[in-house]
Design a protein. Structure first.
Length: 348
């Protein structure tokens, strides 16, 4: 060794391996709560194992999805309220999987930060585990990356990866026809899309995250961090009951862009905007931002987080089943001949 030079360690460079190991031990109980049939090995190894036969599948097709939560993270970081952002992460992946007709089976997360703050990280991953519990999938692994120089103090990023399965021939959409009834399931707020616009509107309003919420209880920041609703178990129950031809997760692009993704060529949708009331958070955003109705409908979910295209003969039964599972169901309209989404009535 060269005389006069001190030996550097990884910790001196800003990466604390011991903190990472401690985090893994701290989150093992949360991951264990998500264990389900099919899990063979979970956290701690170089990979995670899952047995599809043990999960009950005879001839399975795998379905995979990956997503993040966008700039909603900025509000969580700025307010320090990180307890539910993990639910958003799971929801953005598994709500997509179920639209293919798949049951989510396993979930992996990627958590990157400049300096690992164990207590904050545990809260984030506890939220991920909660999202997995609510959707019936196992938190089976993940990666925590401490990258000094890449992120400012306190900043972090999240990505999620979900894998699901369905029996061969059970994929959706399937059987959508003109005359199908469109059932909408209520959202729990803005969910996880459009937050760059949300943040711009809040900045324009002059309000801070810790100011009282203009349309409800608590602070503005807490209200805008309401987690994305998980529709998995409810949607799967409807699919298994029969008569569901398609599901559309209403994310970025709103009803205008997402519903056509599950409609065959030559078919469109007609939606009655008077069939549900615009939730107060969206009314506030529209008022503060001077938003036109068309912009609202292609940016936000506007109060409808999932849409099902169902057989007209079974629409009432499916609506009743979804209501029994705790969903608020709107009869939005129907599938038509043509292209795109047309609207009647008014939300604003």
């Amino acid at each position: 060794m060269t005389a006069g030079k001190n030996g550097l360690t990884y910790a001196d460079a800003g990466v604390d391996i011991d903190a990472g190991n401690d985090l893994v031990e701290r989150i093992k109980p949360a991951a264990k709560r998500t264990r389900r049939s099919g899990v063979m090995a979970g956290l701690g190894g170089f990979g995670a194992l899952f047995d599809l036969k043990d999960a009950g599948y005879a001839d399975p097709i795998l379905v995979a999805a990956t997503d993040g939560v966008g700039t909603k993270l900025r509000i969580a970081i700025d307010t320090g309220n990180v307890d539910t952002i993990g639910i958003d992460l799971v929801a953005m992946c598994v709500n997509d999987l179920v639209c293919q007709g798949a049951e989510p089976l396993l979930f992996l997360d990627y958590f990157a930060t400049g300096k690992l703050e164990t207590e904050s990280a545990v809260r984030i991953i506890e939220g991920i585990a909660k999202g997995c519990e609510l959707s019936g999938c196992a938190l089976i692994g993940g990666e925590t990356a401490e990258m000094p120089g890449m992120y400012d103090a306190g900043d972090f990023d999240l990505a999620g990866f979900a894998v699901g399965a369905m029996e061969r021939g059970a994929d959706l959409p399937d059987g959508v026809v003109a005359g199908d009834v469109l059932l909408g399931l209520a959202s729990d707020g803005v969910h996880s899309n459009g937050y760059s616009l949300v943040r711009a509107i809040v900045a324009q309003s002059g309000l801070e995250w810790d100011d009282p919420c203009p349309w409800g209880e608590g602070t503005l920041g807490a209200a805008l961090l309401a987690p994305t609703r998980l529709y998995v178990k409810q949607a799967l129950a409807a699919v298994r009951a029969g008569g569901v031809h398609a599901l559309a997760h209403i994310t970025g692009g709103g009803l205008t862009e997402n519903l056509p993704r599950v409609l065959p060529q030559g078919l469109g949708a007609e939606i009655d905007l008077n069939s549900w009331a615009l939730p107060p958070v969206f009314q506030w955003l529209a008022d503060q931002g001077g938003m036109e109705q068309a912009e609202m409908l292609k940016t936000f979910n506007a109060g409808v987080g999932m849409v099902l295209s169902v057989s007209a003969e079974q629409a009432d039964a499916i609506s009743a089943l979804l209501t029994e599972t705790g969903e608020t169901v709107f009869r939005l309209g129907h599938v038509t001949k043509g292209e795109g989404v047309s609207y009647t009535g008014s939300l604003l």
